[in-house]
Design a protein around this ligand. Sequence first.
Ligand SMILES: NC(=O)c1ccc[n+]([C@@H]2O[C@H](COP(=O)([O-])OP(=O)(O)OC[C@H]3O[C@@H](n4cnc5c(N)ncnc54)[C@H](OP(=O)(O)O)[C@@H]3O)[C@@H](O)[C@H]2O)c1
Length: 227
Amino acid sequence: MNRTVFVTGATRGIGRELVKQLAALGFHVFGTGRDEVRLEELKAETGCMGAGADLSDPEQVVDIYRQAKNALGQVDILINNAGLNNRKAAVVNIQLDDWEQQYAVNLRAPMLLSREALKDMAGRKSGHIVNVVSTIAKTSQPNYSTYCTMKYGLMGFTKCLIKEAREVNVKVTAVYPGGTDTDFRPEDRPEYLLPESAAKMIVHCITAPDDVVVHDLTYRPLVESNF
Ligand SMILES: NC(=O)c1ccc[n+]([C@@H]2O[C@H](COP(=O)([O-])OP(=O)(O)OC[C@H]3O[C@@H](n4cnc5c(N)ncnc54)[C@H](OP(=O)(O)O)[C@@H]3O)[C@@H](O)[C@H]2O)c1
């Protein structure tokens, strides 16, 4: 497996498991996150490449794509996985910073990275972009309006991207994981998906036969009934 993959949010949770699984399958992987210590540990453990970046800064977003491309030779597969829901709040209590941070990381960064990757992939008439959305984009929940809004935005962006990218033979997938037991929330949720399992479903999308594009994949732990 000589294909190259750029994974955001590689330092923890689903992204970390993705890097481990992809490296074990022989993909050449470049990972990013802010936590340089965890990134170095991951590089030592898996043999992946990587560099730190804060995806809330649009200049760092474009620059980390350039670094990934230089390190890998080219980015065959982009996985926009980084995301956060740092403060749940009722609409009346939302602070401007909540909107701005979540817009920057959950929506603007994957849009910018998709733009950069598609420019290159269109030239080669091949490639695959995977955007990690959430089952929240299929439902709604009090105190989740900021996260919900950004993930609905990412869903809409990805649906349009699917149509533009197919014109240049590039695959695009939106994955909609349900609750997964990662550092994403402060409390342990052992009844939720293991991060390994959530990652495995993404690997499944990018290892589908060449003549198959998975446009969207929704998966949940059995306990989840928000549909
Ligand atoms: N866990 C769930 O229940 C669940 C369900 C559905 C969808 N999702 C989605 O799945 C994706 C991964 O979530 P997870 O559960 O694996 O979360 P996680 O364990 O909290 O990991 C989030 C990752 O995103 C990175 N990240 C966050 N803010 C960043 C920033 N400003 N700049 C660069 N990287 C940043 C973190 O790296 P650093 O801290 O090193 O920066 C970390 O590697 C997210 O898009 C999330 O919305 C999660």
